[in-house]
Design a protein. Structure first.
Lengths: 112, 109
């Protein structure tokens, strides 16, 4: 089945560690996005990518990094520079044409 | 910079009542989406609006888009408890997709 898959569903990180969240899609979508959602809040854009090997910073890119080496994959690394990383992270993809974005099931990251 | 504003942020309704959620945005985009999110879950697509005057309806929900006013509305008719969720609008401008803050809807018996 076509879709977008995020892993892991839950992730625990020690302070000072880098962690990488996976996002894979088999929808042949060009555009991919990473959002952060804090409890009771909306979605804030971290990074987005319109094509392979290209990506742009969103509103809250500091402390995060991404890569887009393959069309299907858009991993997000939460670095130790991100001082408050505990949040729900959502990945989305879009064809870039006139269709909606499809979301993964999210990764809930907790710093312990 | 693309900005998206939703109101109200919180909405408590009685079953059977009607209400409208508003979504204002700052660019000339003609691509607007509505999503629903249940607690602890991901986002589910509700409507895709792609042109001025577009109107889409699904069950008790109806969404419309006025690109000249840079406004979309999500109208709820005769609310039922199952509609309790958070509703987000999202606007796309050159593949930069931004969300409103969300409207947390609670439908009470």
């Amino acid at each position: 089945d076509g879709g977008i898959t995020q892993s892991p569903k839950y992730l625990f990180r020690k302070e000072g560690q880098n962690v990488t969240l996976s996002c894979e899609q088999n929808l042949n979508h060009d555009a991919m996005y990473w959002y952060r959602q804090d409890p009771g809040q909306g979605l804030r854009l971290i990074y987005y990518s319109q094509i392979v090997n290209d990506f742009q910073k969103g509103d809250i890119a500091e402390g995060y990094s991404v890569s887009r080496e393959k069309k299907e994959s858009f991993p997000l690394t939460v670095t130790s520079a991100q001082k408050n990383p505990t949040a729900f992270y959502l990945c989305a993809s879009s064809s870039g044409m006139n269709t909606e974005a499809f979301f993964g099931q999210g990764t809930r990251l907790t710093v312990v | 910079e693309l900005k998206v504003e939703q109101n109200p942020l919180f909405l408590s309704m009685q079953e059977g009542k009607n209400y409208t959620i508003y979504c204002n945005y700052s660019t000339t985009s003609d691509r607007l989406y509505w999503y629903r999110q249940d607690p602890g879950k991901s986002l589910e697509s509700l409507f895709v609006l792609l042109s001025n005057g577009a109107v889409k309806q699904e069950g008790r929900l109806m969404a419309s888009l006025d690109t000249k006013a840079r406004l979309s509305t999500l109208h709820i008719t005769a609310a039922v408890h199952d509609l309790s969720a958070t509703y987000f609008c999202a606007v796309v401008d050159n593949n930069d997709m931004r969300f409103g803050a969300g409207t947390r809807l609670t439908v009470k018996p």
